[in-house]
Design a protein around this ligand. Structure first.
Ligand code: MTE
Length: 312
């Protein structure tokens, strides 16, 4: 499944426990900017989604779109890196509804177009570090998850946010297999979800997400291993209990709930000390893995006093 230089999220040892251009969405983004008084300001209207630049972006060079859309993990479409690009094209991503429930003031089934109305879209150029020890730099277009949580109103007692991917085996052939328990699930502690680095992305390079990248809306948590960044989200639940998450459920000794990028905590089957940047070339040196994927200054305080070897 994985390329021969990847360690691979392998389940052999754990089983059986194992677009179009949406004008309305763009207009919603533009309306958001106008409301924020930014339309004539520093806005960078990249190819489609009107997104303003962000101080949170890295100045590292983003990978070409071609890399980002052809080397993917999206097990709903197969376990090979090129499977998602091959098989995700038939996924219907519009209309799209997101259920928001649990400990919220205004639960409901929200139409994505409505959810995006008035949302300030930003370009966030982030490093993405997969637990398999490869990395990329991706110019996302999206908005802070906390903005959405503020809009629906988090009730007291909520401590976590649980996320679910679409379950539609007719269009997601991987879901006809039992390699993972479907739907794919992820979760964050509420303070992680409210952190300004945590975004919901709807685009890459200013264009709507390709299906293989998690269209029409996915999570991006740049200081955590990529498996936390759940794709094609249809449900978010505010809860007081730590949610069950797919990879942790499949192999708890290998994939923790926290999954913060950490060069000092190796995966049981490979080192996390270094990583291979996609596009670096066959003979390039591996790069050192950065604590919290380089975002330690922003997020290390969230884990003060926690034993990160235990809560990996
Ligand atoms: N979300 C779903 N629903 N299914 C998946 O298989 N794979 C995860 C994450 N989100 C995955 C998912 C993993 S392991 C990684 S590294 C990233 O998506 C990859 O994102 P990319 O393909 O956009 O690089």
């Amino acid at each position: 499944m994985a390329g021969k230089h990847d360690c691979g999220l392998r389940l052999a040892d754990v089983t059986p426990k194992a677009q179009y251009f949406d004008r309305r969405r763009i207009m919603a983004g533009v309306a958001g900017l106008a409301a924020a008084g930014l339309a004539g300001g520093p806005m960078r209207a990249i190819a489609g989604i009107a997104a303003i630049p962000s101080p949170y972006s890295t100045d590292e060079k983003p990978n070409p779109k071609q890399d980002i859309e052809s080397y993917n993990n999206f097990y709903e479409f197969g376990t090979g890196k090129s499977d998602p690009a091959k098989y995700a094209g038939g996924l219907t991503t519009h209309p799209w509804s997101v259920k928001i429930d649990g400990l919220v003031e205004r639960p409901g089934d929200y139409d994505l177009d409505d959810l995006l109305k008035g949302m300030q879209m930003e370009e966030r150029i982030y490093r993405l570090r997969c637990v398999e020890a490869w990395s990329m730099v991706v110019p996302w277009a999206g908005f802070e998850l906390r903005r959405l949580l503020e809009r629906v109103g988090v009730r007291s007692g909520a401590k976590y946010v649980a996320f679910e991917t679409l379950l539609r085996p007719s269009q997601m052939p991987g879901q006809k297999t039992r390699i993972l328990e479907w739907p794919y699930r992820e979760g964050l502690r509420l303070d992680e979800a409210m952190h300004p680095l945590t975004i919901l992305a709807t685009g890459i390079y200013g264009e709507p997400l390709a299906p293989q990248c998690g269209a029409p809306i996915r999570l991006v948590v740049p200081w955590k291993y990529g498996f936390k960044s759940i794709k094609s989200i249809v449900r978010m639940t505010l809860t007081d209990k730590q949610p069950v998450t797919t990879w942790n459920q499949a192999a708890p000794g290998e994939y923790g709930f926290y999954a913060n990028v950490n060069p000092e905590v190796d995966h049981p089957r490979w080192s996390q000390a270094t990583e291979r940047r996609i596009g670096d070339g066959f003979f390039a040196r591996r790069r050192p893995t950065l604590p919290f994927n380089g975002y330690a200054e922003e997020v290390a305080h969230l884990y003060k006093g926690m034993d990160l070897k235990k809560y990996f």
